[in-house]
Design a protein around this ligand. Structure first.
Ligand code: RTP
Ligand code: MG
Length: 177
């Protein structure tokens, strides 16, 4: 899987609350995207402000953050050749009134704010948005945090283990001195 062929997508609160998530996911799959990650979450205000940081000087910033945190959203990492551009094409213009027939925003958006879905607008932004919402795609895993896989390594050096990484070690094995 090439990271450059990934994009970040979101089904926004308006479409989730209107029970359109399934229909949108159907369009995603019918258009040849592989859903690499998918999660339903409520975005915290701080995360929303970071996500929309590029818009912080725009008059609608507060409204944008309030809306995106107002209810559950479905976040996804999508994979396809040229995913960023292909996903932007499938979602359509920002304003649903101007979105082409066959696009998601034409079908499910109701106004410029409640426009059903988000799509990264460049490869660079796709990477930073994916890092924000799906850090595990970039080599982090639960094991890196709870130390499950590090026993052998940390217990090679008993002093270092007991001084620095006690929480990662089996105490009977190396930290009983
Ligand atoms: P998105 O980031 O959600 O995929 O949308 P986009 O790239 O098509 O549009 P963008 O310029 O990034 O704007 C982000 C969101 O802000 C809302 N917006 N409101 N009231 C307004 O004039 C206005 N302009 C933009 C939209 O909901 C847009 O999705
Ligand atoms: Mg945008």
């Amino acid at each position: 899987m090439e990271l450059t062929n990934l994009t970040f997508a979101m089904i926004k609160p308006d479409a989730v609350s209107a029970n359109n998530s399934g229909k949108i996911i159907d369009m995603i799959e019918h258009n040849g995207f592989e859903i690499v990650r998918l999660q339903k979450v409520i975005i915290a205000e701080e995360l929303a402000e970071e996500f929309y940081a590029v818009h912080k000087e725009r008059p609608f910033f507060k409204e944008l953050v309030e809306f995106i945190t107002s209810g559950p959203v479905v976040i996804m990492a999508l994979h396809k050749q040229d995913a960023v551009n292909n996903w932007r094409e499938l979602i359509g213009a920002t304003n649903p009134a101007q979105a082409a027939h066959g696009t998601i925003r034409h079908a499910f958006g109701t106004d410029i704010g409640k426009n059903a879905v988000h799509g990264s607008d460049s490869s660079e932004n796709a990477l930073s948005e994916l890092q924000l919402f799906f850090p595990d795609l970039f080599g982090y895993s639960r094991e890196d945090f709870d130390g499950e896989n590090e026993d052998d390594e940390c217990c090679d050096d008993e002093d270092e283990c007991c001084d620095n990484e006690k929480e990662n070690c089996d105490e009977d094995e190396c930290c009983n001195g």
